[in-house]
Design a protein around this ligand. Structure first.
Ligand code: SF4
Ligand code: SF4
Length: 330
């Protein structure tokens, strides 16, 4: 009985085995079913993707795997050729790390590098290493420099890769840096979020494939996802305007008094939602913590739940009964 491309990859647990092994070994050395899978991928001209992890919790990987439209099996079989991913690839050891050298030597200018997590630079990058070369561990900083310089485009996924994020929060003992500071000359798209939304990454990859790079804002974020303030689209905006404030988490009313960062944060989950639009941050009773902003999570030492100064409200005056004093004066 023959297997379809999808059935074959599902048989492998949707890992990258079917992609990594044949490309590394060469067609002559591989079993017939894997040749079939590779031939299918080549037929569809899937774009090669290398996914590196620096200082991350792998949350952006988990979020991406939860993509619904299209589902992850369709992405892996019909859109991209995922050649390296620390969590889901089937290859290990020299075989897996060899894919990184293979991309640099044979796929220069053709592959997309996705980086999840910030890159530690203190102690010569010793806080994060990926694989070995000649018996010595290789820093992730070195891989990002080499792969980033050879890639067609670099997608910094999640706020840690895009802006430093949680590893770069004070006191930042590891010298955590965003990808843009490691390979400043590369073509970089930042797709922040803690985690990033699966639609943001899949949508950006699709845009790169179909139309080239998307329009970016001053922080290199695609404006199609990060073009509007949360506050502009928030379903509790009327409460803000009327001074109806939640005084505790989970209460009805605007969450400004609980530190909502929606007034200075650009993100579209207010209309997109999480988990196939089941819910989103503010609807669930939590303030927006500004996870897509470069200031996240420190916010100049204030942290994610400190109330923003009134001048951060873009000229909107808070005049209701629970208004902060400064806002009433303003
Ligand atoms: S401050 Fe926050 S909760 Fe209030 S309207 Fe703006 S985004 Fe919504
Ligand atoms: S609404 Fe705020 S906390 Fe929620 S994903 Fe967007 S930026 Fe992050």
């Amino acid at each position: 009985m023959g297997l379809s491309r999808r059935e074959f990859l599902e048989l492998l647990g949707c890992t990258t085995s079917a992609v990594v092994l044949p490309r590394f070994l060469g067609l002559g050395q591989i079993p017939e079913p894997i040749k079939v899978a590779l031939a299918e991928q080549q037929k569809y001209n899937n774009i090669p993707v290398i996914w590196l992890q620096g200082q991350s919790c792998a949350g952006c990987s988990v979020s991406t795997i939860n993509t619904v439209h299209p589902d992850i099996a369709s992405v892996l079989t019909e859109t991209i050729s995922l050649q390296f991913h620390p969590n889901v690839m089937g290859g290990t050891g020299d075989l897996a790390v060899g894919m990184l050298e293979h991309a640099i030597e044979h796929l220069s200018g053709e592959f997309v590098l996705v980086v999840e997590g910030s890159i530690p630079t203190a102690e010569a990058g010793a806080y994060c290493k990926t694989g070995e070369k000649d018996g010595k561990a290789v820093t992730t900083e070195e891989w990002v420099k080499r792969l980033g310089s050879a890639a067609k485009a670099v997608l910094a996924v999640g706020s840690c890769a895009a802006f430093g994020g949680i590893p770069a929060a004070r006191p930042d003992v590891t010298g955590a840096k965003p990808v843009s500071e490691i390979v400043p000359g590369a073509t970089i798209v930042n797709i922040p979020g803690c985690p990033s939304h699966p639609d943001w990454l899949i949508g950006t990859v699709a845009h790169v494939l179909l139309f080239g790079l998307p329009e970016l804002d001053e922080h290199k974020r695609p404006t199609m996802f990060f073009g509007k303030l949360v506050h502009e689209q928030c379903e509790r905006r009327a409460d803000f305007e009327n001074g109806i404030a939640a005084e505790d988490f989970g209460e009805k009313g605007c969450l400004f008094n609980l530190g909502c960062k929606g007034v200075e944060t650009y993100c579209d989950v207010c209309i997109r939602g999480w988990n196939n639009n089941v819910n989103w941050c503010i609807r669930s009773g939590s303030p927006c913590i500004g996870c897509t902003q470069p200031e996240f999570p420190d916010f100049a030492g204030q942290g994610i739940y400190a109330k923003l100064p009134v001048e951060k409200t873009h000229g909107i005056k808070w005049t209701g009964p629970y208004a902060p004093k400064a806002a009433v004066k303003g």
